[in-house]
Design a protein around this ligand. Structure first.
Ligand code: ZN
Length: 248
């Protein structure tokens, strides 16, 4: 293509251009455009401050335009954001954290809504996790079983559980665990917990009142028993059970 030699209308320097109509050199073109933009902006602003209809019209057009632009680049932007998030996990974490802190109410609503629509799935997942934890963590399984044992025992006598399991047991779970271990029969271990069970030596059924029951619930009154022995002992007092076992 042919190049034309021209003189810039602003800085008066000569320059080369492909276009015959070009008036300004490259550097001046940027400045002239900026000035023109600023001038039209000021004019617009001036008019907007006095002409309500003009302002309304202008803002509507602006909104329409940005909406169009948004729709046009939506997918592109989405995939870009996704890519960015994947490459900046720490930043994403911080942004999310900040958002949560600044929108506590909204966040609570969002979580509630999410829970309600995904209730079934969430509960199923929780159940699954619990199941896995019971298999891999004997102390967790013991805690859970002691809690339900306590609750069932108290309910079965018509009372309400008013204290924490560890207070009722009279010791923390670790101590109870060690206590049971010290009473293990040959072959008992946390790996086959289930084949042996937790037995109340003085049976819960023999409780005469609430205080008596709490005494029976004390961890010193529990022992590990093989499942079949625990079933055969049932609600028998220990002395009776020993007798029946010896006679059989
Ligand atoms: Zn120039």
């Amino acid at each position: 293509m042919k190049l034309h030699s021209k003189t810039c209308c602003k800085c008066k320097k000569s320059f080369q251009t492909k276009h015959l109509k070009t008036k300004y050199c490259k550097d001046c073109k940027v400045i002239v455009r900026k000035e023109a933009f600023r001038k039209s902006y000021l004019k617009k602003k001036d008019r907007m401050s006095i002409d309500n209809d003009y302002r309304e019209n202008y803002l509507n057009k602006q909104r329409e335009r940005s909406k169009k632009r948004y729709l046009k680049h939506k997918d592109k932007k989405k995939s870009y954001n996704k890519k960015w998030a994947k490459e900046n996990p720490e930043k994403v974490k911080e942004l999310k954290r900040n958002y949560r802190l600044n929108n506590l109410e909204k966040e609570r609503d969002r979580l509630r809504k999410y829970y309600n629509t995904n209730k079934k799935r969430i509960l199923e997942k929780r159940k699954q996790k619990k199941k896995e934890k019971r298999l891999s963590d004997p102390l967790f399984k013991l805690k859970e079983n002691l809690r339900s044992l306590c609750l069932k025992g108290i309910k079965s006598r018509g009372y309400k559980k008013k204290s924490k399991t560890q207070d009722i047991l009279g010791a923390d779970f670790e101590t109870v665990k060690k206590h049971l271990e010290s009473l293990f029969y040959d072959g008992m271990s946390w790996n086959n917990y289930g084949e042996w069970q937790i037995d109340h030596i003085i049976p819960i059924a023999s409780a005469t009142d609430e205080n008596h029951l709490i005494g029976i619930m004390n961890y010193k009154n529990i022992q590990p028993l093989w499942k079949k022995d625990n079933i055969s002992k049932g609600d028998m007092m220990p002395e009776h059970w020993v007798t029946s076992k010896q006679s059989s």
